[in-house]
Design a protein around this ligand. Structure first.
Ligand code: HEC
Length: 315
């Protein structure tokens, strides 16, 4: 039996060999084409990888004219994996927004009540809201009337409509700031850099009348003038009111306005990680426990003795 199978194998091998010998040239041509193609594709892959890496490492060489200057990475605590907002900063930031930015920008998605227990007590917010007059009604006689603001009112917009806003800002529309940190690339870093980045235009750059040079703004010329300077607001908690501090606080406030759920989201995230990793560990242990009889089982096959001997003759 053995000899026959060995003979067959030999026969097969010699057949294969004769076939190979007869077509050696065609085969080797095919192989070298294949090798060349492989070489080209590997070189292309490595080359494009290196190219992408180079471009990524040299973001500052991106088109500044169209994209604006790349903002630096600032260490805002809420940007860290488990970091949360600095609520004292949100409080100061709202103060800056109210004193400076709210002259031109609306904050449509934030209502007074949203500030309660975030940066202010309920009493403080009621007092702030009551400083503004809101149109309400109609009353029993069908007329609209004015009343002081309450917790359920939105933060009042500076202009009645877009046309009024444009008319007051030389045709440019100050965007609503509710979601601005989400609506711009590099969110907080960009807005911080924009607010503190005003400077004289470099030689050869002409800025149109009514626009201001800011390298972080795409195009370089922005309709908003610089409005954050050292000492532009006074802080009640004695924090130094430098321009960078003021910008940082208002940016923190705007980030909270856009992502009010951030603190809770991260807290729930930590709980979920703890819970699911425990559950994963338990289920892995339970699986081992349940399966150990199967996994540690050894199957032994004892072939019957004399299986290959001819059967004893029947009588
Ligand atoms: C005097 C009015 C005025 C004040 C005050 C003002 N802004 Fe503006 N802001 C504008 C105008 C106008 C634009 C639109 C600029 C443009 O499109 O060229 C703008 C645009 C912006 C933008 C959008 C930039 C972009 O990438 O499109 C941000 C962010 C911004 N302002 C933040 C602020 C903050 C924060 C404050 C308060 C510290 C503030 N602004 C105060 C008028 C103002």
């Amino acid at each position: 039996m053995f000899s026959r199978s060995a003979f067959n194998t030999l026969k097969q091998a010699s057949k294969g060999a004769s076939k190979r010998f007869s077509s050696t040239q065609a085969e080797s041509a095919k192989t070298s084409t294949y090798n060349a193609l492989m070489g080209i594709s590997v070189a292309t892959a490595i080359g494009s990888g290196a190219g992408l890496y180079y471009l990524n490492q040299n973001a500052a060489h991106a088109n500044m004219e169209a994209d604006g200057l790349h903002p630096a990475d600032h260490p805002f605590p809420q940007k860290k994996l488990f970091g949360t907002f600095d609520h004292a900063s949100i409080r100061r930031g709202f103060h800056v927004f109210k004193e400076v930015c709210s002259a031109c920008h609306s904050l449509d998605l934030v209502h007074w009540r949203n500030l309660v227990d975030v940066a202010f007590t309920e009493e403080e917010v009621r007092e702030m809201a009551a400083e503004f007059q809101y149109t309400d009604g109609p009353d029993d006689t069908g007329n609209m009337f004015e009343r002081p603001g309450k917790l359920t009112d939105p933060i009042p917009p500076p202009y009645a409509n877009e046309e009024a806003a444009r008319a007051a800002n030389a045709g440019a529309l100050p965007p609503d700031l509710s979601l601005i940190t989400k609506a711009r690339h590099h969110g907080v870093d960009y807005i911080y850099s924009l607010l503190t980045g005003y400077c004289d235009p470099p030689a050869g750059v002409e800025v149109r009348e009514g626009l201001n040079y800011n390298p972080y703004f795409p195009g370089g010329a922005i309709a908003m003038a610089q409005n954050i300077f050292d000492g532009v607001v006074e802080y009640e908690d004695g924090t130094p009111n430098t321009a960078s501090q003021i910008a940082k606080d208002v940016v923190t406030f705007l980030n909270w306005a856009a992502e009010p759920e951030l603190d809770d989201r991260k807290k729930i995230g930590i709980k979920a990680l703890l819970l699911f990793s425990t559950l994963t560990a338990i289920s892995l242990w339970a699986k081992r426990n349940r399966w150990h009889t199967m996994k540690t089982r050894k199957i032994v096959f004892n072939s019957p003795k004399n299986w290959n001997k001819p059967a004893p003759p029947k009588n």
